[in-house]
Design a protein around this ligand. Structure first.
Ligand code: GLY
Length: 387
């Protein structure tokens, strides 16, 4: 008899964890309140940028990002093969541009410590930039050039993962409605009831609810301070500029996709669970584009959309077994890096599953332990009250 893993949340993190379990011979059921990949994963620009997304030094988060990034080429190739479709992985390299001299200081700081982790990381003077990225004007202060950084087409990767999971026998249950009850028997059996698809029993539970993760804090007995940060994003079609690299500017980033779209992201606003796109949010992205690329000035995006990033209090994800709840795991709160961090997150999950649990929380990197914010206090339900 195969054991059953129930995954709550059909975003990229949930699907990757299901994929790991399926490869280990588990049965997997992935349940989502809405569409599979219908939230942040499907809205993401798909940047794989561990150097751009890092903090002040090589901390645990940077190491996790780098580990995940290193796994990416083989991981996507495997999923593409299993699904029979492309996920649009492109190792384009990136340029983090400084418009003014004052913006160069922090980039030189990054160059100083990241150079040990990225061969070919280098500073380019403003005069060199149009040679490397012809769409950029001369007269900029310079840019940090990272030859390694890459991007994928996030909606395609999610589709490929869902297809790969389905081909391995996973049951994908979109539109399951609200989760109305969760329980665990003395023997460890798990049972979750959903409004639209009834009760599902499982031997293990992986909670990948993104911005909605706080909903389980009561049952898990843990504080799960995850709140939504809206990212508004737009795309030009056809692209008025053809970019060789991902370009990060002070107020936005731009990435050219293999299907011809130029994607520009992203705002960071607190709007609860509202995924509406605002004229102000998209207008700021459009103006930032006009300032950096002469040919983008006056161009109007063809599409705009928004996703809700799951941000934790310290900005780092929650990854690991839940102490005191055998067979229950959290993989959530990946904030700006759910796409990048899925290979490392699911690999860690796969290791716990193969080792038969880690119910005491053992084995999880302390920095990402899901219980690091302490115990749930009755009545507290941070960041997840509505939607
Ligand atoms: N990873 C890019 C963003 O969150 O906008």
């Amino acid at each position: 008899m195969k054991r059953t893993l129930l995954v709550l949340g059909g975003g990229i993190v949930g699907l990757s964890c299901a994929y790991e379990a399926l490869k280990q011979g588990w049965r997997a059921i992935v349940v989502d309140r809405g569409e599979i990949g219908g939230q942040a994963s499907g809205a993401a620009a798909g940047m794989l940028a561990p150097f751009y997304e890092s903090g002040e030094g090589p901390d645990a988060f940077f190491r996790l990002c780098l580990d995940s990034f290193d796994r990416y080429p083989a991981w996507t190739a495997e999923i593409e093969e299993a699904a029979g479709m492309s996920a649009g992985f492109v190792r384009s390299g990136s340029l983090h541009v400084a418009l003014l001299e004052a913006d160069t200081l922090s980039l030189h700081g990054r160059l100083a410590w990241q150079t040990r982790h990225c061969a070919g990381l280098e500073w380019l003077d403003g005069t060199d930039l149009p040679r490397v990225e012809p769409s950029l004007p001369s007269g900029l202060a310079g840019a940090l050039y990272c030859p390694d950084e890459a991007h994928v087409q996030a909606p395609l990767l999610v589709k490929a993962l869902a297809t790969a999971c389905a081909r391995l026998g996973a049951q994908l249950l979109p539109h399951a409605g609200e989760m109305t009850a969760v329980s665990q028997s003395e023997a460890g059996g798990l049972s979750v009831r959903f409004e639209a698809c009834g009760t599902i029993g499982a031997d293990a539970l992986c909670c990948c609810l993104g911005a909605w993760s706080g909903r389980l804090s009561d049952w898990l007995g843990l504080r799960i301070p995850v709140h939504p940060i809206r990212g508004q994003i737009c795309a030009y079609d056809p692209a008025p500029v053809s970019l060789r690299h991902i370009v990060f500017g002070p107020q936005a980033y731009w990435v050219g996709k293999p299907d011809g779209l130029l994607v520009c992201g992203a705002s960071e606003d607190e709007a609860g669970f509202d995924r509406t796109v605002t004229a102000g949010g998209i207008g700021r992205l459009v103006r930032a584009g006009g300032r950096l690329f002469p040919t983008l000035s006056g161009a109007a995006p063809a599409q705009s959309w928004a996703g809700l990033r799951p941000a934790t209090l310290d900005g780092w994800p929650l990854i690991g077994p839940v102490p005191g709840r055998p067979g229950v795991y959290i993989a959530a709160g990946h904030y700006r890096n759910g796409i990048l961090l899925s290979p490392a997150t699911s690999a860690a999950f796969g290791r716990w599953l193969a080792a038969g649990g880690g119910a005491g929380g053992d084995g999880a990197d302390r920095a990402f332990r899901p219980d690091r914010f302490g115990a749930y206090v009755a009545g507290e339900r941070e960041g997840a009250t509505t939607a």
